[in-house]
Each structure stands twice: as C-alpha cells, then as structure tokens.
Ligand binder design. Structure first.
Ligand code: GLN
Length: 446
C-alpha cells in the first residue's frame, strides 16, 4: 500500500530529520483495514499525513519536542486526529518542532535539528519545521502544524510549499498542547492549495470540547478553487515592504502583485499603521499565556520527573529546571513578569489594548478590500546556528505573520519565486471565516 511505501521511504530517506516518531504498526493496520473494507468514499482515504508532535495521538509518543514530555504516551486523540482517522487519512508519524512551538527555526527542539529541504545547511523555519520539511522533501503530501505567530506560514515559505492557518475558532484545539490559547490554531502544510482545502474540510468545525470553536457553518473549502479572480480587490500594506524586508524578497512580492493584476485583480497600497507594535505585543501576550499553560508540567502529572528528589518543592523545581529548555524558561519568566501585580497594567493590559488597535487596522482595510498580501517573511531561510544565540533577531522573523494571529484572521503562505535559489513566500490574509477567498486567489496564483 501507499502507507507501506511512505513508511519505507521515511525510514530510508528522512535526510532532513523531520520525524521524531513513526507510527508503523498502527498506520499499516489502518491501511490494511481500509483496503479490506474496499471503500474509499472520502477524498482523504488512504492519504499519508504527518502530524506535528504537539498534537496528541493516542498510543503514540507526543513530546512537543520537550524533555519534560519525552516519555508521554497520550491516552486520547486530539479532535483533529479523530476526524482525520474517521476520514481514512493515515497518520504516518510525528514531526519535529521548536520546544512547545516556541521558535522560528526548529533549533529549539530538545531532540534533533531539522534541515531545510532545499539546502541542508539552512533552517526549515519553525516551529512547524518538521512538518514543512517532510512535505517539501516529498516524504508526505500533507502535514498538520500549529500556528501561534507564524509557525505554519514561515516554515512553508522557507521550504517553498503551501501553508495555511485558518481563522481562530475554525479548527478545534482540543488535544493541541497549549502554548498561547488565544493565538494557537491548527492548520495545514501541503504541496498544493487543493490538498489543504481537502484536509481543512475534514478538520474544521465546532467542537464541544473546545469552547472557542465557532458555531459558523463549514463550507466546502474547495468550492472557489478554479474560479477567476477578476475584479478581486487586493491590498498591499506599505508597512509590509518596509524596513527590515530584504529588497530581493520585496521584488518577488511586487512581481507577484503584478501577476495578480494580470489575472484581473486590482492591487492597491494601503496602510496598517500599528504593524510596528505587533512583535512586542505578541511576545507579552504569548509569553503570559504560556507561563500559565505550562504550569501543568510539574513533574507529577505527566512525563519527566527529576531523580533523587527530597521533597515536593524539589519535585517541581528540579523537574521543571531539568525538563524545560532555555527558550521555554525565557518565555515563562517573561510571561510571569508581565502578569505580576504591579506590572500587569503596564505590560499585559497594555498589550491587550494594542492588540485591539491592530485588529481594528485590519477591519478598516477589509471595509474596502477582499484580501491583504505581502511577504510571509522578511528574508529567505537563514543558516543553521546563525540566530540561536540572539533571541531578539529570531523574534523579528515573525514580524509579518504575527499580526494575523493577534487579529484571529485566516492567512496562508504561497510559493512565489526564489532569491539565490531559496524559496520566497507570498503571504495572504483574509477576512474572518473567509478562508475560501484565500484558497481561490492562492490557486489562481499557483
Ligand atoms: N516564532 C514564534 C514564537 O516563537 C511563533 C511560534 C508559533 O507560531 N508557534 O513564538
């Protein structure tokens, strides 16, 4: 079966080090059962798919690339996994990420360094770097990722594939190991636009187990693929081609805008004036929520516990000190500080207010436009090791992807040319719950 071949290929050729765990036996058993049943009613039946290792999978180790969950075998499936199983998709294995999805290069994994599919000396991006490299290197046609500040779109851009983050509330987060609950969203990494829409058709929808999922009806996300984009009104914010964006990347995006014009769309320059506050706003909100979410890792309930502990406090302190990596500790400290009495008003509350200003910027542009475009990342993939010692430079990588998370908007990265042999991503941001327009324009551009 395709499953056998896929697993054999991963065993033999995971040259990018994308996978942490393979699901050999379960995947083969599922493929066999499907074969015997002889029913392939769902478009995903038999499709091998890779799963980012912060999405829980029953009976299959789920680590979030952290030592603290190194031996965690979940007793249940995430809602998205239940839905994929029911549609006959086959989870072939779990992919590497930055620990707890904190990072932009997958170098923060406690277990291995994943490589860019185009150049093994470069990072695959992050935090869904394993999922992106697995798809881009041809090991699987599709993978799930999670996107809190760009973690699907940035690695998709760095690896020249299609990455899609749905509207906040479109896909259940039940079973996604929480990083920042008001920003996290599960989405897809695929080679084609249509494959993404087919997977979203299966995983989208309200879930009683996640109160933030919307009651919104789920359309057929493939419905507008193939339709003309003539007359479409597209906005290109000045801020997205400004300072810090590599001029050669900006050139590719201008070329992409011209291509959209040649397909009958109009592309106008607009302004999103609060863009410059997005990164600091994000790091306060995301770290605050992370510091709260990560309290559950205490050495008692799950995973790793330090050895030779003397008392309860020792269990907590030593298990967390030894179990978490440096970036995770940095976020916990940052978040705990922002939320502490005396600093809450100056940091967390202020960030929440600026978040509203950023959201309002988008709402204003969407009064007159159907879609916003720009580069997904300021540069193409950087060299492994280049930014690990400089967290602030690493944080600036997400300057263009973070605003969509703060506003809860759907957004995608579509391959749009190359700079010095490395892929460039065209970023598309849509209106709330209007994933269909992104798919329509992305497919026209593809
Ligand atoms: N790179 C960003 C961060 O480190 C985004 C991560 C993500 O989207 N999960 O927080």
């Amino acid at each position: 079966t395709l499953t056998d071949e896929t697993l054999a290929a991963i065993h033999a050729h995971d040259d990018v080090d994308a996978f942490l765990a393979l699901n050999d036996d379960a995947a083969k058993a599922q493929a066999k059962a499907l074969d015997e049943a002889g029913t392939f009613a769902s478009p995903l039946a038999g499709l091998p798919i890779a799963i980012k290792d912060n999405i829980v999978t029953k009976g299959l180790t789920t680590t979030a690339s952290s030592k603290i969950l190194g031996n965690f075998v979940p007793p249940y499936d995430a809602t998205v996994i239940e839905k994929l199983n029911a549609a006959g998709a086959i989870n072939v294995g779990k992919t590497n990420l930055d620990e707890f999805a904190m990072g932009s290069s997958t170098e923060n994994s406690a277990f291995k360094v994943t490589k860019n599919a185009w150049d093994h000396t470069k990072v695959p991006g992050g935090s869904s770097g394993g999922s992106a490299a697995a798809v881009a290197s041809g090991l699987v046609p599709a993978a799930l990722g999670s996107d809190t500040g760009g973690s699907i779109r940035q690695p998709a851009a760095f690896n020249g594939i299609f990455g899609f983050k749905p509207t906040y509330g479109r896909v259940s987060r039940w079973g996604l190991i929480a990083f920042s609950s008001s920003l996290d969203q599960i989405g897809t990494l695929t080679r084609t636009v249509k494959d993404s829409a087919l997977v979203l058709n299966v995983i989208a929808g309200h879930d009683d187990k996640d109160a933030t999922t919307a009651e919104q009806p789920v359309p057929d996300f493939t419905a507008k693929i193939g339709q003309s984009i003539k007359g479409m009104k597209i906005a290109l914010p000045t801020e997205y081609l400004g300072e810090g964006v590599d001029p050669q990347v900006a050139d590719q995006i201008r070329k992409a805008a011209d291509q959209l014009r040649s397909l009958g769309a109009t592309v106008d320059e607009v302004s999103l004036p609060h863009t410059k506050y997005a990164v600091p706003t994000y790091y306060i909100i995301a770290s605050s929520e992370a510091s709260s979410n990560l309290q559950r890792f205490d050495g008692i309930r799950y995973g790793f516990r330090a050895e030779d502990v003397k008392n309860l406090k020792d269990v907590y302190v030593r298990s967390r000190s030894e179990g978490f990596g440096p970036e995770v500790k940095r976020r916990i400290m940052l978040g705990t500080f922002s939320l502490s009495a005396g600093f809450y008003d100056a940091y967390f509350k202020k960030a929440a207010q600026v978040r509203t200003l950023i959201t309002n910027d988008f709402a204003k542009v969407f009064e007159n436009y159907d879609l916003i475009i720009g580069p997904t990342t300021p540069t193409t993939a950087f060299t492994i090791g280049e930014k690990v010692t400089d967290p602030l430079t690493m944080y600036m990588n997400d300057i263009l992807t973070i605003p969509a998370n703060l506003a809860g908007l759907p957004a995608a990265s579509v391959p749009a040319g190359f700079v010095d042999g490395m892929p460039v991503g065209l970023h598309m941001i849509g209106k709330h719950f209007d994933e269909q327009t992104i798919y329509q324009v992305a497919a026209a551009f593809e």
